[in-house]
Write a protein that binds this ligand. Sequence first.
Ligand code: FES
Length: 368
Amino acid sequence: MPDALTPPKPPLSDGVVTLRPFRADDAPAIAAACQDHEIQRWIPIIPVPYTEADARRFILMTLQAWHDGNSYEFAIADAGTDRYIGSIGLHLGPNERRHAMGYLVAPEARGRGVAVRALRLATRWGFANLAIERLSLWTLPGNVASQKAAEKAGFRFESLARNWELDRDERPIDAVMFSMTPEDLAEAEAAAQTETQAATRGGPTSSAPRVADVPREFHAAGTRVAPFVEIAAIADLAPGSMRRVTMAGLDLLVAWTDDGIVVTDDRCPHMAAPLSIGQLAGCVVSCPLHEGRFDLVSGETVQMPTTGGLDADGRYHSPWSPSGAAPKPEPPSKKLEARRLTRVNRLRYYPARIRDGRLEAQLPILPE
Ligand code: FES
């Protein structure tokens, strides 16, 4: 265990949030935050009900942990008012590869990127002051907001760790594991800097290039451990445009939607028509065949094709006609049966990022 560190002076801050040691007068705000149903749901070790006495005990525990050097706990405070809006801690493990982060954000401070800001400040401080070789972070599987914050701050998804945690009744439950290495931190810092520069140069951030938040459960098979490779120069893309990029044996669709850039297959999830020659409106692409429409950010079907068929959950949808007229009845045939049994699955994504003006994606390694 390294020698105990002292709280940074001045406190860590990015001008929006400040990380400082806890104070006795934080107790009412901590108690209020920890009565939130979402916090109690996703952090099973938090007592229920949570009182100010629990908050005072927690504050004393954090101060003792700083003294002992086994855990560095910060209050996340609003940089303008210094009011408590969350907690973040770096918990030391038995060696440099076993340290871990944990955090929570009070309900009234959510939706403003507080967790990402706090994670960036705390990880930068931790890596600079402790010989960290790997930082872990885990959340419960349904805690998607927390997982998105972790990834945005530079943590990488690793696995579903089975029976990793205990629920309130001490029954084992799964957790989602993320990690960060010094290289991940350097990449995340460079990406954050590029984002800031682009926003400064390009005015509103909505027109600055960024990668859309797509559901991680829809990442294409084999991408999790695949390396990032360059697939396009950002200068060659434009907001609202789509293009096909062929590489590694894959026809990729690169689409710059209203919610950011996505990389998916250039194949309609219905019958494989190239989506790149369809129409993009906002986040929805219209297929050039059969009137199918698909949300490129959520991966969901917005409009089933005229042929009907099965949706992603296996429910049958009847054929329909764009004119509103009833479709012509057809005698039973193999073709009719094939259309009826064709399933329109959700889109699959290639995780992407922007580095130095290049769009990179994780492509599965294909056999030669
Ligand atoms: S191929 Fe796209 S809707 Fe049929």
